[in-house]
Design a protein around this ligand. Sequence first.
Ligand code: GAP
Length: 462
Amino acid sequence: MSELQEDCPASQYKGKATMEKITSLAKRRGFVFQSSEIYGGQNGAWDYGPLGIELKNRIANAWWKEMTQLHDEIVGLDAAILMHPRTWEASGHVENFTDPLVDCKKCKSRFRADMIPEENLAAKKCPDCGGELTDTRKFNLMFKTHIGPAEDTASVIYLRPETAQGIYVNYRNIIQSNRMKIPFGIAQIGKAFRNEIVTKNFIFRTCEFEQMEMQYFVKPGTDEEWFSEWRRRRWAYYEKLGVKMDHLRWHQHGPNELAHYAKDAYDIEYLFPMGWRELEGVHNRTDYDLGRHTQFSGKDLQYIDQDNNNERYIPYIIETSAGLTRNLLMILCDAYDEEQVADKGNDDDWRTVLRFHPNLAPVTTAVLPLMKKDGLAELAQDIRAELKEDYATDYDQAGAIGRRYRRQDEAGTPFCVTVDYQSKEDGTVTLRFRDSMEQVRVPKAELAERIRSEIKAYKRIK
Ligand code: GAP
């Protein structure tokens, strides 16, 4: 359950992004802001600004389409964050969802024991100030609160630490309401909360985050086959999204890393600027979860196979579990590029560009009048109004056209439409491509269709 690779070296990373650049661009352009910044910020929580929420929604939509629309046998769910507390006893989270924790008695710093050098742990010596460390104790990562007016043990409730359990407790409802037959899946996107001891690297590890999880229910004995199949499919998904494939790798969990529910688990890791880190997990959870919920709820959660002499069994579960907010960080790092575009010896020689896949870009098309005057602004607004029906658009008439292109490059807008004097005469506009910076003239009546075909044919060139 814990991720042990905080200190893995970043030396293999050859990209242009650094976490400082990504954090600063995210704030400057309205992707991600620190939560409650005017009060000094809230550790472990982040707010998604105008471009950030668009990007997050598009990543979620791409995943949702991939996992539900493209699979007849996978349906969606949106379960509550607050669940019956017995859920977390059954799932094993009350007992097992812990990190080992040590405190420094002198400087009061708090560390995950598995993230400080072994010699410090053995000598009980603080890696920051050399002070004495406390004994290691288990720290449960679930946020606990109370429901109702009384704050007693009977009112304890948890913020869910994973979305998966909402799926398991609805497994019977969904079989009955949607007449699902094994193998089938249930997909869900939603918030999860963990009281992480160490939150660092921007939005990589936070206390409040979002997950995109799919639980696939299979007949015992077919689980290993489905486990391989879902590993294959999740790898292919990132390829389709246009992610740099040499920045992805598999990591199989060793015996000490396996979560309490897992028989086998592989992470898809991404090479972030700070090194290789987990992006998504594919887990063989066996019949652990449904078995435990049967035991704790007293309800029969066996599947009855009507096509096979009413054979009864508790299904095995193959889980694919990706962080949505972590995917957003990955997409930002993956898209980030800096490029020299001129040789005049000033700042304008360079551009920062986010090479998002057009399906993920927060703004698909920006419409820019060359000048505000002579009716060009009005014409540009009319063109934008038409494009709005099909695409997320932006409009910018402020400053030199080169500067405006740079602003759109930095926001990752794949297409700019420039309206100039010729547009008034012959009804054509300039369509500029973010990645190549090439420009072509297109009749404005054909713009929407041209953009559609460009998106369909999109191949990342850098
Ligand atoms: N249901 C299984 C599960 O939750 P996990 O490996 O603990 O497995 C799955 O989490 C994914 O959720 C991770 O691969 C990561 O992308 C994301 N995730 C986990 N903890 C996170 C955190 N504190 N902040 C951001 N994302 C997190």
